[in-house]
Design a protein around this ligand. Structure first.
Ligand SMILES: Nc1nc2c(c(=O)[nH]1)N[C@H]1C(S)=C(S)[C@@H](COP(=O)(O)OP(=O)(O)OC[C@H]3O[C@@H](n4cnc5c(=O)[nH]c(N)nc54)[C@H](O)[C@@H]3O)O[C@H]1N2
Ligand SMILES: Nc1nc2c(c(=O)[nH]1)N[C@H]1C(S)=C(S)[C@@H](COP(=O)(O)OP(=O)(O)OC[C@H]3O[C@@H](n4cnc5c(=O)[nH]c(N)nc54)[C@H](O)[C@@H]3O)O[C@H]1N2
Ligand SMILES: [Mo]
Length: 812
């Protein structure tokens, strides 16, 4: 690769400082294949990044019908030309030698190549049989946060109105279901209130369980540029690890895992106690403030200090920071979402903004972040646990309206209960209720918790599994039919990032072999199944991406995610555009809720809400009584300790997450030499205090075991709260010598061998377990494969790092 800067050792690249309220300067990052000069590029094809939720706009360089590089787009509002290391290098994986190029079907226990017609007919005949014998509830779909809007919408129509099943959800369930749930609870509907432009204006930025430096690294470049400019923001970082965010924070709180609600309640307590609230805003735009005051009244910093394992003074300092901010921007991600009290915690961040009136103004906003590049589209198109267009399944008028759009009878849209969530879909597949499971663009045999259980389910006799992927993944190996997909750069469609910015991604090169766009696969299936509307016309009449987009626009009309003002032609302009975009807002909408919640009225809202403790639906009647005027809802919640707490046998708290250099199960980044080389294998992060206590050193081989299973990796002594372990979850088995998971009882390397199938009652997400750490005899003396940059940087005793955890309070 070319490059004047080594973006593996310097992932964020050079600074372009700017002052508060200034415009973020342009910096165009690019990477071309070795030997290719810019003037040799024949065509630059428009797209955006598909390796995180930032939506970084870029162009693919094409020469001789092949991808030869990428370049950031200077005019885009999201990145102003910048790209992160994954964006710069991972396009090479499209050309990996082991792409799936032909459909596979199981014959005599083995997967063998076949043609599309044979593979599709196998699926169709199994569907027909199941529909006839067992009804629509025997068919389930598990999709992704990485397909395109057009693909999700098509899948939602065919699964909900074609098959008539409630069992359709995305891996967004493991990802940012909590973002959606928290926004629905507070504002009545999904839809990101804030904008990335708020980074330019905020004086305090609070990051809750969000390692933005590694997971949305282009927005971290933006924060770094502001930190170097005039009137820099002050950062609050809440993370048990000393992430790059923590290193630059004015206040870093490293709480015990799973205690976010206690901490947030203490912050709210302090804000209320010190009178740093906006009474006019509360009065005009919210309900529920009195109840919140009652709830947080006993939650003093001293009280939270004991629970979170933090000094009370540090909590007070954090409260001072968020309480005195003139323009507060908060971001929330997996350290909050993947937790037993995920939604309750995320909602308390919304509450902080509601009671301080910090919404809808430049710099004052909440970003309940997404993780996957197209998670927003899974949600809005109804390919997850909601109806398309953020319609309310409990509202007969919303269902009738959707039925009108699809030209079907309202009864044809299943709404006799909530759409089935992914964890439940897997449970039903395991117990036999679901007889066919169609998995698209996700790799649950590595990414779901408790992998031994997942493998048991996927290999159950009688479960017919379809896997639609780019590679023969760990999951595809369990399939009855494998469908080879075209991916990013090989197909056309749109997707929407975490701040509602819609980008068009166009086909740059042909897919390998017979691989097909996911949209074509779904359309082919709908045709073969002969799904009809109520007048006998085809249920899915469109035949390509642009027509699918036009159909979706009609479905989104008049809803919060209104796309009617967008078109492919408009999206070929200089920048992506934020929804809602319609006649009244032809250039899109920067921020939501400048004038209070707009979609919370009982007639409009996407949900009537759930009980934050039990997940029980609130119901229409109670919602009407609580919020007749459709204001934002301040919803209080008490702290509840995590179920699995450390014990003598499992003394550590284990958490899992990401590194800068890999994306999820590494199907693309693991096939990219620069990225694979930067982080080749799994590691285990431990504090220097724990390592010293156990007599362990950097690079030692260790087993991490929980009640579910064991993983083995090398130790990295890192900046992490004592008592806590961190393991990246990227490492499955496709590139191990055996190529497959270990036998029962043997140690694996996937983090999810050890995690638990427990979930937040509202959003159904997971993260923490209790774990033991034991050394394993080996030749020794090897180094940890953990990167030396970012959160995983070494803090071995005697090293340069200083432990911030000395003042983290005593564990009782
Ligand atoms: N490089 C890279 N970027 C990505 C991805 C990727 O795989 N690689 N994936 C994308 C996706 S899908 C997602 S969802 C996002 C995720 O983005 P992030 O949420 O930023 O990433 P994670 O590493 O999962 O978790 C963030 C932090 O949560 C902390 N944490 C763990 N437990 C707790 C807790 O109890 N409380 C608090 N406050 N913090 C805790 C961890 O120490 C960790 O540093 O990243 C997106 N971007
Ligand atoms: N322990 C632990 N587990 C976690 C997490 C964690 O933090 N800790 N995070 C969770 C989160 S937030 C997420 S988002 C999930 C991610 O988990 P997964 O979604 O399972 O991980 P990916 O590797 O992104 O899987 C995407 C699959 O889609 C394929 N693919 C890529 N492009 C295309 C395409 O265009 N078409 C098709 N058909 N296939 C395509 C890829 O090859 C890959 O196999 O993991 C979750 N699991
Ligand atoms: Mo995610």
């Amino acid at each position: 690769m070319d490059g004047t800067v080594d973006r593996i050792t310097d992932p964020w690249g050079p600074r372009t400082p700017y002052g508060r309220d200034g415009g973020w300067p342009v910096r165009v990052d690019s990477c071309l294949a070795a030997g290719v000069r810019p003037e040799q590029v024949e065509e630059w094809v428009r797209t955006a990044s598909l390796l995180h939720s930032d939506g970084d706009a870029m162009d693919i360089a094409v020469r001789g019908g092949r991808m030869v590089g990428v370049r950031g787009r200077a005019g885009d509002r999201v990145n102003r030309g910048r790209l992160d290391p994954k964006d710069l290098f991972a396009w090479q994986a499209n050309a990996a030698g082991d792409r799936l190029t032909r459909p596979l079907v199981r014959a005599g226990g083995r997967l063998v190549e076949t043609d599309w017609a044979t593979a599709m007919e196998r699926i169709v005949s199994r569907c027909r049989e199941l529909l006839r014998d067992r009804g629509p509830g025997s068919i389930g779909f598990y999709t992704s946060g990485q397909l395109f809007l057009e693909e999700y919408y098509t899948l939602a129509v065919l699964a909900r109105a074609g098959i008539g099943t409630r069992h359709l959800d995305g891996n967004t369930r493991l990802c940012t279901a909590t973002a959606a749930e928290a926004l629905k609870e507070s504002f009545g509907s999904d839809g990101q209130p804030g904008s990335y432009a708020d980074f330019d204006h905020a004086d305090v930025i609070a990051l809750f369980g969000h390692n933005i430096a590694e997971t949305q690294s282009v927005q971290w470049m933006r924060i770094l540029d502001r930190l170097e400019g005039a009137d820099p923001p002050r950062l609050l970082c809440v993370d048990p690890r000393r992430t790059p965010v923590a290193r630059r924070a004015a206040v870093h709180l490293a709480p015990r895992l799973g205690t976010n609600v206690a901490l947030l309640n203490a912050l709210l307590h302090e804000v209320v106690r010190t009178g740093r609230v906006d009474p006019a805003y509360i009065d005009r735009h919210t309900v529920g403030f009195d109840e919140l005051c009652r709830q947080v009244e006993p939650c003093t910093p001293r009280w939270a200090a004991g629970i979170c394992g933090l000094p009370a003074a540090a909590i007070e300092e954090a409260a001072e920071l968020v309480g005195t901010a003139e323009r507060l921007l908060s971001t929330v991600l997996q350290g909050v979402y993947q937790s037993h009290q995920a939604t309750a915690a995320a909602v308390q961040v919304n509450n902080l903004h509601l009671i301080r009136g910090m919404l809808g103004r430049p710099g004052a906003g909440v970003l309940q972040m997404n993780g996957q590049p197209t998670a927003q589209n899974t949600r809005e198109c109804g390919a997850d646990g909601d109806l398309p267009g953020f319609r309310n399944w409990q509202n007969e008028e919303h269902v009738a309206d959707l039925a009108r759009v699809w030209n079907v009878a309202p009864e044809a849209v299943p709404h006799d209960g909530p759409p089935t969530h992914a964890m439940e879909i897997f449970r039903l597949a395991g117990e036999g209720t679901i007889g066919m499971l169609w998995i698209s663009a996700t790799n649950p045999a590595v990414s779901l918790p408790e992998l031994a259980r997942v493998r048991r389910i996927l290999s159950r006799e009688g479960l017919f599994t379809v896997v639609q992927d780019v590679f023969l993944t760990e999951t595809a190996r369990f399939a009855d039919v494998v469908l080879p997909a075209a991916t990013w750069g090989e197909k056309t469609g749109t997707f929407t990032n975490a701040d509602r910015t819609v980008h068009l991604s166009e086909k740059a090169v042909d897919p390998p072999g017979e691989a097909r766009p996911d949209l074509d696969v779904f359309l082919d299936y709908a045709r073969r199944m002969d799904f009809r509307d109520k007048d006998g016309g085809p249920l899915v009449p469109w035949t390509g991406p642009e027509a699918a987009f036009e159909a979706w626009k009609r479905c989104s009309a008049g809803r919060p995610c209104d796309y009617t003002g967008l078109s492919y032609a408009k999206l070929r302009g200089p920048s992506g555009i934020q929804w809602p975009c319609h006649e009244g807002a032809p250039d899109g909408t920067e921020r939501l809720y400048a004038d209070g919640a707009a979609w919370a009225a009982p007639e409009d809202c996407e949900t009537y809400g759930k009980d934050l403790l039990t997940g029980e639906p609130v119901g229409e009647e109670r919602y009407r009584a609580l919020n007749p005027g459709g204001k934002a809802v301040i919803k209080a919640a008490p702290y509840v300790p995590p179920e699995e707490r450390p014990s003598a046998a499992y003394p550590f708290q284990l958490t899992t997450g990401r590194t800068l250099y890999h994306f999820h199960t590494r199907t693309k980044t693991g096939r990219t030499p620069e990225l694979a080389g930067a982080a080749p294998d799994v590691w285990v992060e431990v504090s220097d205090a724990d390592a010293a206590r156990l007599g362990l050193g950097e690079g030692d081989l260790v087993d991490v075991s929980t009640r579910r299973g064991v993983l083995r990796g090398r130790l990295r002594i890192a900046g992490i709260r004592p008592g806590v372990l961190f393991v990246p979850f990227h490492y499955g088995y496709w590139d191990t010598p055996a190529g497959s998971a270990p036998g029962p009882g043997a140690p694996g390397r996937a983090a999810n061998e050890t995690t638990a199938t427990a979930w937040d009652p509202v959003s159904k997400q997971f993260k923490t377990s209790a774990a033991a750490l034991t050394p394993v005899e080996d030749a020794g003396g090897r180094r940890s494969p953990a990167p030396r940059t970012a959160a995983s940087a070494s803090e071995a005793p005697g090293g340069a790092g200083i432990s911030p955890f000395r003042n983290s309070g005593e564990d009782p």
